[in-house]
Write a protein that binds this ligand. Structure first.
Ligand SMILES: [Zn+2]
Length: 492
């Protein structure tokens, strides 16, 4: 009998925090002891929409063409289009599995609005759903079942009139638990009632919580606040997730493999580099009128005919203003790599506000993101100090002001880190313990392989376990797999 796979996606779940609190996370810990686990390298940049799409497709963002919530598909200034499910133009697990007659359900997976019309399957769309008035389920009739089970569906911690980052802490805390409880309830309901071959649910509270509550337990946080009411807020949420992991495992039959993984981590954020301010200071960008308040790039009065580069994003992306490409391009094509070299060197030399060295990595799109939709993407990506410093694209902090802690969205305690969490256990999954060099692109081929389905050649990730046969591995199988994983660099 072909195996089934249940995946619990934990947005922003941080393997370092699992390590720190592992004694208090018994269910996750036993899963890690029984099966395999490790740090899971995310996409660059490690941002939610393209990261989950990467996990579902097994390919890099150059093949689907978005690196952020906004994107461009023509050479305009900025990222004017908002990502939605219709723009995911690569094969994902929810496309492939139904072709093999497998029954699929996806709940709250980012970039599934409008809801995916999965043949013989189910979709409850994600936090990119405009409002509760929108059709957020497939089939449409599933909505009634959802509401009968959990009441009015909570799309996200933020409401239409209130940003979760500035909401009263007790109110937002309750809202996050209410929201996550709905997802766990639905996930358990689907396991019990729907008999799906592949069920994938994403929990968002694991991302929202550290963005709000990191300062209360990490003494190194720039805004460390010893307020006893919230000291354990984040840990308690990890324990709440762990309790649910235990309850979910209880419901799974002997034929189901269980995977828990995140899309990136959320870690302590030390601050932001105001990257467009830096580009102005360094002579790469010219503004006609310097704004008198914090202003997004799209609303600034930029002299594009004298601008070589602009920055967007969360961890940091830079686009060059290329002649024959952007409307008022100024950089000659022959100088493309020269300008990238120059920017790379200068950005690596940026220090913290007290002159401290930052461990900054800079990547070129042409090197890390090959694919048919790559060409409209940012030319350069950067992780300042392993993402402990994010960027702000706003202009108006004051000329030459390079560092900030807040954007117009309010304070942010946590920033996204490059390495998420991964654990897998169940029938046929050998107890290999901690693996090295795991990549988000490994998820989709691994799921297919467990389910006995051939992995498409263009998937870039590796299969962590071979095709499902009859239950557990023999000792010889296990030896063979260990050797193969060692050769791939997974076993340390
Ligand atoms: Zn995320």
């Amino acid at each position: 009998m072909s195996k089934k796979v249940v995946v619990l996606g934990l947005d922003g779940f941080n393997p370092e925090l699992v390590d720190r609190w592992r004694d208090e996370l018994p269910n996750l810990s036993s899963m890690m002891n029984e099966g395999m686990y490790g740090d899971l390298c995310s996409t660059v940049p490690p941002i939610t929409p393209q990261a989950w799409t990467c996990a579902l497709s097994g390919v890099n963002p150059g093949k689907y063409g978005f690196w952020n919530f906004g994107y461009r598909d023509e050479f305009v200034y900025g990222e004017p289009k908002l990502i939605n499910s219709k723009e995911v133009k690569v094969d994902t697990l929810y496309d492939i599995l139904p072709r093999y007659g497998r029954k699929v359900a996806i709940i709250n997976v980012p970039v599934t609005y409008p809801p995916i019309e999965i043949p013989n399957g189910y979709c409850i769309s994600c936090f990119l759903t405009p409002s509760i008035e929108s059709q957020f389920t497939h089939p449409a009739s599933l909505r009634e079942e959802v509401e009968a089970l959990v009441g009015e569906y909570i799309i996200d911690a933020s409401t239409s009139d209130s940003n979760y980052r500035t909401m009263d802490k007790d109110r937002v805390l309750k809202r996050i638990y209410d929201m996550d409880e709905q997802r766990f309830t639905l996930m358990k309901h689907f396991i019990k009632e729907k008999n799906c071959d592949y069920l994938f649910t994403v929990i968002m509270g694991t991302d929202r919580m550290p963005h709000l509550f990191y300062r209360y337990f990490d003494e190194k946080h720039v805004y460390y606040d010893p307020d006893p009411r919230y000291k354990d807020a984040l840990k308690n949420h990890y324990k709440y997730v762990d309790k649910n992991i235990g309850e979910i495992r209880e419901l799974l039959d002997d034929n189901t493999v269980f995977i828990v993984h995140s899309d990136h981590s959320v870690q302590r954020l030390d601050g932001r580099i105001n990257l467009n301010e830096w580009l102005i200071e360094e002579g790469y960008m010219k503004v006609n009128t310097y704004p008198d308040k914090l202003t997004p790039l799209r609303n600034c009065d930029i002299d594009w005919s004298q601008t070589k580069a602009w920055a967007t994003g969360y961890t940091g992306q830079i686009y060059l203003n290329m002649r024959h490409r952007e409307p008022q391009g100024v950089i000659e094509p022959r100088d493309y790599h020269k300008v990238l070299d120059e920017l790379t060197e200068k950005m690596k030399a940026i220090t913290g506000p007290n002159g401290e060295k930052l461990n900054t990595q800079v990547f070129r799109r042409t090197e890390i993101h090959p694919g048919p939709r790559s060409r409209f993407g940012p030319d350069l990506f950067m992780n300042f100090d392993e993402c402990r410093w994010n960027i702000s694209e706003l202009i108006g902090y004051g000329r030459g002001v390079l560092y900030s802690h807040e954007t117009t969205l309010g304070p942010d305690d946590g920033g996204h880190g490059q390495y998420g969490f991964f654990a897998m256990a169940g029938p046929g999954i050998p107890g290999l313990g901690k693996l090295q060099n795991l990549d988000l692109r490994d998820i989709a081929p691994t799921v297919l392989s467990i389910m006995g389905i051939e992995v498409p050649e263009d998937m870039e990730g590796n299969v962590l376990v071979k095709k499902s046969e009859n239950g557990a591995y023999s000792e010889e199988d296990e030896d063979e797999i260990k050797k193969r994983l060692a050769n791939l660099g997974y076993l340390g």
